[in-house]
Design a protein around this ligand. Structure first.
Ligand SMILES: NC(=O)c1ccc[n+]([C@@H]2O[C@H](COP(=O)([O-])OP(=O)(O)OC[C@H]3O[C@@H](n4cnc5c(N)ncnc54)[C@H](OP(=O)(O)O)[C@@H]3O)[C@@H](O)[C@H]2O)c1
Length: 295
């Protein structure tokens, strides 16, 4: 049986995807952060033939790697152009050579944010360089029955991992740091467990085309915080975040405002119904409070 290839297996989503698929079904790569069972892959100097004697053993390649921090892409444009565009285009050539179907993870930042609740047929118009780089790859994959583009919104989780939204807010609250929440930035966040379920469903059903793999609700970062806040223990619930505008945070580019997406297409194609933010917040706080009690 053919395996899945996860390029960027050491990243946030890649780790969860590899945990779910396991080494019998997938080979996962790392670039600078080794992990047990992972394979080193540097797209600058390596090709798919360096990952396996016969790269044709892979049915699908999840392309999850890259320079993923939006501000880094504009602050170091030469590196981001190389990593996010040129090396990914070369990798896609390799996928064609070995008949591996690429599943490329793009972003809600391909939209200009003027409208929101974007569907897969709405025209992208990225404002920020990261989104523009994603769009170049999307264009290369357009109109192919043999490729897949998965646009993701902000991904969060129920884990106390120090990086996802609830965890960052919890750490700030419990260490007395202020929290700023943009009230004008609208998005459709999704739990990483649902991302893994969606990516797996797309690959196992061998789907092609563009999919918006996003949460069920469009809401602002401030709205999400309020959902979280209502569930906090009384002492932490009393602390209000500082409202702000997304473009008042000092980013080097102007960010789009409403980049919420419509998940209907992936729901119809796979039956997947990502969890709503209330359920994710409930699970996060149950985990965090258990950890607090046991420490
Ligand atoms: N997480 C989100 O909220 C979100 C939202 C929208 C879209 N996405 C997209 O989803 C995908 C996965 O995101 P993620 O959050 O899992 O990313 P991530 O945690 O930042 O992981 C990035 C991955 O890229 C690898 N990498 C970094 N620089 C590299 C280079 N120069 N050459 C080769 N590999 C390199 C990293 O390897 P090492 O760690 O080993 O160095 C890591 O495996 C990305 O395409 C991202 O743009 C994510």
């Amino acid at each position: 049986m053919k395996k899945f290839l996860i390029i960027g297996g050491s990243g946030y989503i890649g780790r969860h995807l590899f945990d779910h698929l396991g080494p019998d079904r997938a080979v996962a790569t790392w670039y600078s952060k080794p992990f047990p069972g992972g394979v080193r892959f540097d797209p600058a100097v390596m090709g798919l033939q360096d990952l396996a004697p016969d790269p044709g053993q892979f049915s699908h390649a999840f392309i999850l790697h890259g320079m993923t921090r939006v501000n880094d892409c504009v602050q170091d444009p030469a590196t981001s152009e190389r990593v996010n565009v040129r090396e990914i285009l070369a990798l896609l050539d390799g996928c064609t050579t070995y008949s591996i179907k690429p599943i490329f993870t793009s972003s809600d930042l391909v939209f200009d944010g003027h409208r929101g609740l974007y569907t897969e047929i709405d025209p992208p118009n990225p404002l920020v360089r990261y989104g523009q780089q994603k769009r170049i790859i999307e264009n290369r994959l357009a109109d192919s029955e043999k490729t897949c583009v998965v646009r993701l919104p902000k991904v969060y989780s129920t884990a106390h991992d120090g990086v996802s939204l609830f965890s960052v807010w919890w750490e700030a609250l419990t260490s007395g740091k202020p929290i700023r929440c943009a009230h004008d930035r609208i998005f459709s966040p999704i739990d990483v467990t649902d991302v893994v379920a969606g990516l797996t469903a797309i690959a196992t059903r061998d789907l092609a085309g563009i999919f918006h793999l996003c949460g069920p609700r469009a809401l602002s970062i401030m709205d999400l915080y309020k959902i979280f806040q209502r569930r906090l223990p009384t002492d932490l619930r009393a602390i209000d975040p500082q409202p702000c505008r997304i473009n008042g945070l000092g980013f080097p580019e102007t960010w789009p405002l409403d980049i919420s997406m419509d998940p209907s297409h992936i729901h119809r194609a796979t039956g997947l119904r990502p969890r709503d933010p209330e359920a994710v917040a409930d699970d996060f706080l149950a985990n965090a409070l258990t950890l607090n009690t046991s420490s």
